[in-house]
Design a protein around this ligand. Structure first.
Ligand SMILES: Nc1ncnc2c1ncn2[C@@H]1O[C@H](COP(=O)(O)OP(=O)(O)OP(=O)(O)O)[C@@H](O)[C@H]1O
Ligand SMILES: [Mg+2]
Length: 330
């Protein structure tokens, strides 16, 4: 039985930049997704989340590294075996508006991948399309509608249904809810949680909304300038971030309790984000780090066990402790 164990090993993706050399969008990233696990990936714009996602589904060719699905390296496979295995890791796009063809009905959109997979019987395809709609909580009569007649949340459900057509083990969701209203985000998240419960589908879930990621994901990975700076169980990372960058990200998340909100200190990051074309020596966060020291310029920290997870910092937890002291002294 296949299980859907996805291992990303030392993945590096580079882009040539005219006249400027090479941009390293993803730099030596290693991540593992257990079967059925929902792993959140967060980090600010341009840190390489989409590039990582695209590399995982085969849309970007890595300069280095392996992507293993149940032990098979997806980057090395050829021909029909490649197609067969690639189907088991599917991308869900951010913007269902532009990823669904307005010329096709929802049913046609869902039947397209089925046809490509060799399901030639029209009746069987229609039945399967209806089933896919049901899996994402939409009535089967939506098959006859055009994307324009659907709400944003409904369109994203169709986007997920389309990704499910090939019976994947893993969905790579690149900000699937960012374009949606806050009220709809949790509903889509619940669809993913249901799919995990019913089908065992795992998910690499890319998002900006840390509150949502915290509630729905088993673990969270924090990315900065192409590399993972912290990874750990959602609750632990949310409550007690080890890396100063995670601490800063979390300090910007609004808290529902107004008293708590008033008493919290925000970390305001100053300094420039280093360029992915010309990465600094040592720690790449040091140009903005409030607790950086000489050692951080001399010596790049690697991911090491810290708290309940791992962090790439010479002084794990220190920023959080300083912030708590600031809050306590007002
Ligand atoms: N095809 C490309 N050619 C050159 N540079 C690229 C290309 N795609 C991405 N980049 C660069 O790679 C880096 C990572 O981009 P990426 O889109 O992966 O970031 P992201 O984390 O998904 O950002 P966002 O949150 O805005 O979606 C950025 O510096 C970006 O400019
Ligand atoms: Mg992106």
């Amino acid at each position: 039985m296949s299980a859907g164990h996805l291992v990303i090993e030392s993945l590096t993706v580079k882009f040539p930049v005219q006249g400027k050399g090479t941009l390293t969008a993803v730099d030596d990233v290693s991540l593992a997704l257990a079967p059925g696990e929902i792993l959140g990936l967060v980090g600010e714009s341009g840190c390489g989340k989409s590039t990582l996602a695209r590399a995982v589904v085969g849309l970007e060719r890595p300069a280095q590294g392996r992507i293993l699905l149940d032990g098979d390296d997806l980057t090395q496979l050829k021909g029909s075996r490649r197609r067969q295995l690639r189907r088991r890791v599917q991308l869900v796009f951010q913007d269902p508006e532009s990823s669904l063809s307005p010329r096709l009905t929802i049913g046609q959109t869902l039947q397209e991948p089925l046809q490509i997979m060799g399901m030639s019987d029209r009746v069987a395809r229609a039945a399967r399309a209806a089933e896919l709609l049901e899996m994402v909580g939409l009535p089967s009569h939506f098959a006859s509608r055009s994307p324009g007649a659907l709400s944003g949340g409904q369109r994203q459900r169709v986007g997920i249904a389309r990704a499910l057509a090939s019976e994947p083990d893993v969905l790579v969701c690149d900000e699937p809810v960012s374009a949606l209203d806050v009220s709809v985000r949790a509903q889509i998240m619940n669809v993913l949680l249901d799919l995990r419960a019913d089908l065992g589908v795992g998910c690499l879930f890319i998002a900006h909304d840390l509150g949502l990621v915290h509630q729905a994901c088993d673990r969270i990975a924090v990315m900065y300038l192409g590399s993972i700076v912290e990874i750990g169980p959602s609750d632990a990372l949310y409550r007690a971030p080890e890396h100063p960058y995670s601490t800063a990200l979390l300090s910007a998340v609004p808290v529902a309790d107004p008293d708590l909100e008033r008493s919290r200190s925000r970390v305001i990051l100053t300094g420039e984000v280093a360029s992915p074309i010309d990465l600094p020596s040592g720690c790449r966060f040091r140009t903005r780090c409030p607790i950086g020291q000489q050692r951080c310029a001399d010596d790049a920290p690697s991911l090491r066990p810290a708290g309940a997870g791992s962090a790439a910092c010479h002084f794990p937890g220190q920023m959080r402790v300083e912030l708590a002291q600031q809050t306590a002294t007002g």
